[in-house]
Design a binder for this molecule. Structure first.
Ligand SMILES: Nc1ncnc2c1ncn2[C@@H]1O[C@H](COP(=O)(O)OP(=O)(O)OP(=O)(O)O)[C@@H](O)[C@H]1O
Ligand SMILES: [Mg+2]
Length: 506
């Protein structure tokens, strides 16, 4: 066997109006973790979909173990030992964990699925990964992070020797990321080849052996991780240097916009805080701290048990997102595929739908010109990479889909904008664009609520930081006084107690 397990040479792929890959070469060695990097829309997912037979290449050669592969389908790729963990979760949410893991490979006995045997096999796979997930759980009931781990278990259950991970950590907790890296190291030691796609450049140092960078569908470079730095990687990715990672604007906060008093909603307990005009409040905490639940309640997406929400002193009755939007409270949610977008519709339709009240005339007829104007503005402001306004959202790259979620709300006049993990899956340069937009809202006197699991961006962008743990606010810090350690301390305030209590129960 030669040095490489996979050799992709001079690969090109065109979609209508988009040259997604232009003469790209990619070489993968057994026993290495190879990071594939580039901005949103650079062609990473497309290249990997070609490697596992989902897309057909227009031209270029493809070798596995030194042998040319002419035609490839997902089935042939699987036989060659190639498995992919997709960027977007691909679980059937109404099926169990075990059914998902063995989907399409289910063992049939007289036409029925052998439930018992797949449950046992799934348990084996999960145990091997030291994952504490019951194979009989319905996947839709698991948090996103656990679903992601199931997806990984599914890929590994095929005994793949070439494993592609397309942004596996974007929805994982720190602890789960550590677990994932442990698994990756173990697979590498077993001689498996791993392609690792991520926008979290800081984490690469943990596992990366080599990396390849794409820009605008073109190959830029392949190098050893040891010989480079994050700054160099970024400059290769975006073709220029990014000076300010967290652009900050100073603005004197205006009058009080929002008051939340003794709010209880689901796991959210007794939350009190105030938001002022032109203020950005960052909500920090570990995953599962109740931040998403809190903002969902504010936005009317979840039921409020008790408490008051006042906007400019007026008590609000928010029973649905429509009520919230009417009051000028808008939200870009965490789970874009489920809640943020209609992926089958075009960019223009998605933006139009969110702004029907602004683009319809009195009898409800959509003014196409206005819709187009709004969409153009969002595409321009956020630099959404698309050949046209009528591109279906599902054909956009992951990060560009996220920009559409944000874009829907940015074009309307809101008083409070809630962002729940807005930069997840977004490349370094686009992150700065989103930060700039947050600043623009701030300058217009809008109040911004910003939930993020990435402490550097919380520290870099917020005026005030509120930390949550176990459904409660455990502290509020002015940004001048905040440090990562202080935030982490508050974010884990009940953790030790909770763990102790849980331990006692066992
Ligand atoms: N099925 C498709 N139809 C049309 N265009 C597509 C399709 N899939 C991808 N594209 C386009 O090809 C380009 C490359 O997309 P790709 O998804 O490979 O980017 P990416 O590097 O994975 O980006 P991200 O980091 O945002 O996930 C983008 O411009 C995208 O809009
Ligand atoms: Mg992608």
């Amino acid at each position: 066997m030669g040095e490489y397990i996979v050799e992709l040479t001079h690969i090109s792929k065109e979609f209508p109006g988009v040259k997604a890959l232009d003469d790209v070469c990619f070489y993968l060695k057994p026993g290495e973790v190879h990071a594939l990097l580039g901005e949103n829309g650079a062609g990473k997912s497309t290249l990997m979909k070609i490697l596992c037979g989902i897309y057909e290449r227009d031209s270029g050669d493809f070798m596995v173990d030194g042998a040319l592969i002419h035609t490839l389908s997902p089935k042939i790729a699987q036989e060659l030992g190639i498995a992919i963990i997709h960027q977007e979760l691909n679980m059937c949410s109404h099926l169990t964990v075990a059914e998902n893991i063995f989907l399409a490979r289910e063992e049939l006995s007289f036409g029925f699925i052998k439930q018992k045997s797949i449950n046992e096999k799934a348990r084996e796979v999960l145990n091997k990964l030291k994952l504490d997930i019951d194979p009989m759980t319905i996947v839709g009931k698991l948090p996103v992070s656990k679903q992601q781990m199931v997806e990984i278990a599914k890929a590994l259950s095929t005994n793949a020797r070439i494993l592609i991970m397309d942004e596996p950590t974007s929805a994982l907790t720190d602890h789960e990321i550590k677990e994932l890296f442990r698994i990756i190291r173990k697979l590498r030691a077993e001689g498996k080849a791993i392609v690792y796609i991520s926008h979290r450049l800081e984490e690469l140092k943990e596992i990366t052996d080599r990396l390849t960078i794409l820009r605008d569908g073109k190959f830029v470079t392949t190098m050893n991780y040891a010989n480079t730095s994050v700054t160099e990687i970024i400059s290769y990715m975006v073709g220029r240097e990014i000076k300010e990672k967290y652009p900050r604007v100073d603005k004197v906060k205006g009058k009080r916009l929002l008051e939340v008093k003794n709010l209880n909603a689901g796991m959210v307990r007794d939350v009190n805080f105030e938001l002022y005009e032109g203020e950005i409040i960052g909500f920090a905490g570990l995953m599962g701290a109740g931040r998403t639940e809190l903002v969902r309640a504010l936005f009317g997406a979840d039921y409020i048990d008790s408490g008051e929400i006042l906007l400019e002193g007026k008590k609000l009755e928010i029973k649905s997102p429509m009520d919230a939007i009417r009051e000028g409270i808008v939200c870009a949610p965490e789970d874009r595929k489920k809640e943020g977008l209609c992926t089958e519709l075009t960019i223009r339709e998605n933006i139009g739908l969110a702004n029907l009240d602004r683009i319809c005339n009195k009898i409800g007829i959509v003014n196409g010109k206005k819709e187009e104007e709004l969409t153009k503005r969002a595409v321009k402001d956020l630099k959404i990479k698309t050949p046209s306004l009528s591109q279906e959202v599902k054909n956009l790259s992951g990060g560009n889909q996220q920009k559409v979620v944000v874009g829907k709300w940015l074009v309307r006049k809101a008083r409070i904008v809630i962002f729940d993990e807005p930069t997840r899956g977004i490349d370094v340069a686009a992150k700065v664009e989103i930060y700039n937009l947050m600043n623009k809202l701030k300058e217009e006197g809008i109040g911004v609520i910003f939930v993020s699991s990435e402490l550097p961006e919380i520290l870099g962008m917020s005026d005030k930081i509120i930390v949550m743990c176990d459904g409660r606010i455990t502290g509020s810090l002015k940004v001048e006084d905040a440090t990562q350690d202080k935030i982490l301390g508050l974010a884990t305030k009940y953790q030790t107690k909770k763990e102790a209590a849980e331990h006692g129960r066992k």
